[in-house]
Design a protein around this ligand. Structure first.
Ligand SMILES: Cc1cc2nc3c(=O)[nH]c(=O)nc-3n(C[C@H](O)[C@H](O)[C@H](O)COP(=O)(O)O)c2cc1C
Length: 177
């Protein structure tokens, strides 16, 4: 991972990111955490309802609790992204909720901010929801949607799966499906 690259253009930043599943013991500095949280704050949400709450977990005890609900890969920092389905916007036509979408845009903003700050990260959805709710006192109206695991990734190489991407012609259709 490169440290603090200035003037990195957006596509280079996106291309540099990959999932990290092994971290060093080095803690994430508080100024970097604040920048990651600012990226979350600036993320768009449907109708600007901002129905998300972030639980920042950095303590040894907190990370141990988190480890009972999900793999944390030895990272020094995790952010539990929770959404309040009651507070989020619903599409009038069919009441479809944007809770997961709002939570995921925030997660993505934080993940890319972490990359820009020279940090590794991995997005985790494979967690035990009931355990998280219990261990982190998550109120009934909120649901944990994503975990973002963050830390330093000395020499960690991307999983070969990272390089497997559909070509744009396979990803995109023009004008009609
Ligand atoms: C919504 C979502 C859920 C994911 N959940 C997990 C997870 O539970 N555990 C894990 O190790 N990786 C998880 N990942 C990471 C993906 O496996 C990874 O992004 C994908 O394989 C592409 O690799 P790359 O991130 O290195 O480009 C998740 C990613 C996304 C976007």
């Amino acid at each position: 991972m490169r440290e603090n690259i200035l003037n990195m253009d957006f596509l280079n930043l996106v291309a540099q990111r990959y999932s990290v599943r092994q971290y060093t013991d080095k803690k994430v500095e508080q100024d970097k955490l604040q920048k990651i949280l600012q990226a979350a704050q600036l993320a768009p949400t449907a109708c600007n309802n901002q129905p998300v709450k972030l639980i920042v977990v950095e303590s040894e005890a907190g990370l141990a609790k988190l480890g009972t609900a999900a793999k944390t890969y030895g990272a020094p920092l995790a952010i539990v992204v929770c959404a309040n389905d009651r507070a989020c916007w619903k599409r009038a036509a069919d009441q479809r909720s944007t809770a997961d979408i709002d939570a995921s845009i925030i997660t993505d903003h934080m993940m890319l901010a972490a990359t820009e700050l020279g940090l590794g990260s991995v997005w985790v959805c494979n967690f035990n929801c009931a355990t998280l709710v219990k261990e982190f006192n998550i109120p009934q109206e909120f649901e944990p949607v994503n975990l973002l695991i963050v830390g330093y990734a000395e020499g960690y190489e991307p999983n070969p799966r990272h390089f497997v991407r559909k070509c744009i012609d396979e990803l995109v259709v023009k004008e009609s499906f």
